[in-house]
Design a protein around this ligand. Structure first.
Ligand SMILES: NC(=O)c1ccc[n+]([C@@H]2O[C@H](COP(=O)([O-])OP(=O)(O)OC[C@H]3O[C@@H](n4cnc5c(N)ncnc54)[C@H](O)[C@@H]3O)[C@@H](O)[C@H]2O)c1
Length: 352
């Protein structure tokens, strides 16, 4: 196999992470040959750090300036649709970060472009590449511990995300930016499609952090029901300050399975800066899922070599359906049936 040429679109937090994985761990199979980011300084710094020879301000300039096997898109959610469709139409395989897009109208346009192009699209749900998450999914699918009954999934992120990710107009907020991983996991573990979602949110830290964005929330609790009767809860907190905390517990008819811990060594009680074992807390998602991110990029190299990705547009779309129905639920204070948003998708009112 030839070494695959990757175009990295977005040189922010995730662009740097995936560039690091490809360069330091997968260099024998792929290399990042060019970067796209309109933030010139950010892009130049990343390019210098990894010896990347070409930096462009737009995807179109990069496509005109070079040839590639695939595109890794790590930009804000509101840019995903256009960048993914342009890349697919250029005949390139795509790794697209979660959430897939802002709404189901955009998701379906991306899915149509995947189908029309015949290229492969991998969605950035790195938990699908984490060995513990994979083992739990296999255990549940095997029936060894019976049928799943209730799933409790939570993700607490350490610090405030970039400003665009706090605003429901440009990202749908925390339910999408932090807990879309959980929304994907619960469907994966339930082995069914979601039926309804009810979301409650709160804002504890916004004022003290100077966030005055309308509808900002830093705390979220969702209840999701599935067509096979499984119940699930998803809890999200960001900023949590004490660390990055991602855990799932599934109770099944003959047993239970837990995935994740607060740190590599486990921990019972944590107070900001005074954890009983503060060194054991995962400081960020980059650390908790370090190996999963490398395996995810290896999965994308496989995709560029012709393998169907383990997670793609269908899973991305299901998570966005939950996000859109969830934001509708929190704004309207009611339970929302998924069919309300999937039957005839429109651009949600808060995004217009
Ligand atoms: N899988 C994960 O664990 C994980 C973690 C964090 C973020 N994310 C996702 O990754 C994506 C990026 O998040 P981030 O935290 O890296 O954001 P970021 O703000 O740190 O970086 C985004 C970068 O994209 C650039 N950009 C904006 N528009 C662009 C365009 N049209 N073309 C090229 N570059 C453009 C910005 O200048 C910025 O440098 C989001 O979809 C986010 O939800 C995933």
């Amino acid at each position: 196999m030839t070494v695959k040429q990757v175009l990295m679109v977005g040189a922010g937090r995730v662009g740097r992470l995936h560039t690091t994985s490809i360069t330091e761990r997968l260099g024998h199979r792929a290399q990042v040959t060019a970067l796209v980011d309109p933030a010139t300084e950010v892009a130049q710094t990343l390019a210098t750090d990894f010896g990347i020879g070409h930096v462009y301000a737009t995807l179109e300039e990069a496509l005109a300036g070079g040839t590639y096997d695939g595109v890794v898109i790590t930009t804000p959610t509101f840019t995903h649709r256009d960048l993914a469709i342009t890349s697919l139409r250029a005949g390139l395989d795509v790794h697209l970060e979660k959430p897939m897009a802002m709404n189901l109208v955009e998701c379906r346009q991306i899915t149509a472009a995947v189908q029309a192009s015949g290229r492969r699209l991998q969605l950035g749900f790195m938990r699908r590449f984490d060995k513990d998450f994979q083992a739990a999914a296999e255990l549940l699918a095997s029936g060894q511990i019976g049928r799943p009954m209730i799933i409790k999934s939570m993700t607490h992120g350490p610090g405030l995300p970039p400003a665009w990710a706090n605003d429901i107009r440009t990202s749908n907020g925390l339910i999408a930016e932090v807990t879309s991983h959980d929304l994907d996991t619960i469907g994966w573990f339930a082995g069914a499609v979601p039926d309804t979602i009810t979301v409650k949110v709160a804002n504890f830290k916004g004022a003290e952090r100077g966030v005055d964005t309308p509808n900002f929330y830093d705390t979220m609790l969702a209840t999701v029901t599935f067509t096979n009767g499984v119940l699930a809860s998803v809890a999200g907190v960001c900023p949590a300050d004490y660390g990055y905390d991602s855990r799932v517990e599934v109770t099944a008819t003959k047993g239970m399975v837990e995935v994740g811990d607060t740190g590599p060594g486990g921990l019972a009680v944590v107070v900001a800066g005074q954890g009983t074992k503060a060194e054991a807390v995962y400081p960020s998602w980059r650390v908790r899922f370090a190996e999963a991110y490398v395996r995810e990029m290896a999965g994308f190299v496989d995709a560029m070599e012709g393998v169907t990705p383990a997670v793609g547009a269908a899973e991305g779309e299901q998570a966005v359906a939950l996000v859109v129905a969830g934001v509708q639920s929190l704004l309207e204070g009611r339970t929302v049936a998924l069919s309300e948003v999937t039957a005839n998708p429109t651009i949600p009112g808060w995004q217009v």
